[in-house]
Design a protein around this ligand. Structure first.
Ligand code: TRP
Length: 334
C-alpha cells in the first residue's frame, strides 16, 4: 500500500435488497475516492448474520454484491475489494475491542434498540456486538475516512471512542477515523412514510426502490409514492414526501433542487413522478446490466476477491500483531 495516501474504508451488508438509498447515500460516493485514497471496500457478511439468514441466499447475495460494487465503479486494480469473513482479523479484533467496550454504551446504540424491537424473537449477542465488529473493520486498516450514510454516524462515533480508549490505555495504536458524509444522498426516505429512512428491511415493498428492481417496478413504486398536499413541486420541511422525491430526482438527473423546482413548476405530481422514474431508471439500468454480466463470471470475481483479501490481510495482520503485543499477549514463535 501507498503510505502517503490516506485510507478510506466502507462496507455494505449482503442482504440482497441494496436500496437506492444505500446507493445514493454511500456506494455512489465511493468511486471518486479511489484516485485519492487507499480504498478498501468490503462486503460485510459477518454483520448480516445478526439477523436470520438462509445460507444459500446469503451465498448468492454476497457474490451479487461483489459484482454490484464493481458495476458501481469500484475498480479492483485501484481498491481492495474483499469479503469480511475472508480476513479473520476482523473477528479477532472484535474480541479484543469487546473487552474495552461497555455494556452500557452498547445498550444505548439506536440501531441496536431499533433492531431489537423489530426482531424481538432474536435479540442475539451478535446484534448487540454489531457496532464493535464495525469498529474493528475500520480500525484494522488505520482508516482515516469512512464514507457512510448519516444513519451510521453513531456507529462511527463508537469506533472513534474505542480507538481513543485503547490509545489512552496502552499507547497510540489506532488512527481515529472521521466520517465522510455526503449531504444530500445521506437521507433518502421511504416512499410510503417519508419521515423514515428508506430501509432494506422495510416489510412494505412499495416503500423501497432496490438496485435490483426492473424499470417497470421502479416506475410503479414511484407512481404509488405518497405525496403532500397542494400539488406543488417544492422542497420544504412541511412537504417531506415531495422533498424526498426532489432529492432523488436531483441526485439521479444531476440537476440542482432549485432548477428541478423550476422545471416542474405547475406540472402536477403525475408528470413529476414519471420524470423521477426516468431519472432513476437511467442511473440504475446500466448498473444492473453490468452487474448481471459480472455476476455470471465467477472465476473473475473469485480472482478479484483473492487479491482483495490478500491486500487487506497484510495491513490487518500488522495492526492485530501490534494490538496483541500492547495488551500483553505473547507472540507465537513460528
Ligand atoms: N453498518 C453499516 C451499514 O449498515 C455497514 C458496515 C459494516 C460498515 N462495517 C462497516 C460501514 C465499516 C462502514 C465501515 O451500513
Amino acid at each position: 500500500m501507498d503510505n502517503v495516501r490516506k485510507t478510506a474504508f466502507s462496507g455494505v451488508q449482503p442482504t440482497g435488497r441494496i436500496t437506492l438509498g444505500n446507493y445514493l447515500g454511500a456506494i455512489r460516493n465511493w468511486r471518486p475516492l479511489q484516485d485519492e485514497y487507499n480504498c478498501l471496500y468490503c462486503v460485510v457478511d459477518l454483520h448480516s448474520l445478526t439477523v436470520t439468514q438462509v445460507p444459500a441466499e446469503l451465498r448468492k447475495n454476497t457474490m451479487d454484491l461483489v459484482a454490484l460494487y464493481i458495476a458501481c465503479g469500484i475498480d479492483p486494480d485501484k481498491s481492495s475489494l474483499f469479503i469480511q469473513s475472508h480476513v479473520h482479523e476482523h473477528a479477532e479484533l472484535t474480541w479484543i475491542l469487546d473487552t474495552i467496550a461497555y455494556v452500557g454504551e452498547m445498550n444505548r446504540m439506536t440501531q441496536f434498540k431499533d433492531k431489537s424491537r423489530k426482531h424481538a424473537d432474536n435479540i442475539n449477542m451478535g446484534l448487540m456486538n454489531y457496532p464493535v465488529l464495525m469498529a474493528s473493520d475500520i480500525l484494522l486498516y488505520q482508516t482515516d475516512l469512512v464514507p457512510v450514510g448519516k444513519d451510521q454516524l453513531q456507529h462511527l462515533e463508537l469506533a472513534r471512542n474505542l480507538a481513543e480508549r485503547f490509545n489512552n490505555r496502552y499507547s497510540p495504536t489506532f488512527v481515529v477515523p472521521e466520517a465522510l458524509c455526503f449531504q444530500n444522498g445521506c437521507s433518502i426516505k421511504s416512499l410510503q412514510e417519508p419521515t423514515a429512512k428508506m430501509s432494506k428491511s422495510d416489510p412494505n415493498e412499495n416503500a423501497v426502490i432496490t438496485l435490483f428492481d426492473d424499470p417497470d417496478t421502479i416506475r410503479r413504486k414511484l407512481r404509488r409514492a405518497v405525496t403532500d398536499c397542494c400539488s406543488e413541486v417544492r422542497f420544504a420541511e412541511d412537504k417531506p414526501a415531495i422533498s424526498n422525491l426532489l432529492t432523488i430526482y436531483s441526485l439521479t438527473a444531476d440537476e440542482s433542487i432549485a432548477d428541478a423546482e423550476k422545471r416542474f413548476d405547475g406540472c402536477g405530481y403525475g408528470v413529476f413522478k414519471d420524470a423521477v422514474a426516468d431519472a432513476v431508471i437511467s442511473v440504475v439500468e446500466p448498473i444492473q446490466r453490468e452487474q448481471k454480466r459480472l455476476a455470471a463470471d465467477k472465476s473473475y470475481l473469485e480472482n478479484v476477491l483473492k487479491q482483495g483479501a490478500e491486500q487487506a490481510e497484510r495491513t490487518a495482520r500488522k495492526t492485530l500483531d501490534k494490538v496483541y503485543r500492547k495488551i500483553g499477549l505473547i507472540g507465537r514463535v513460528r
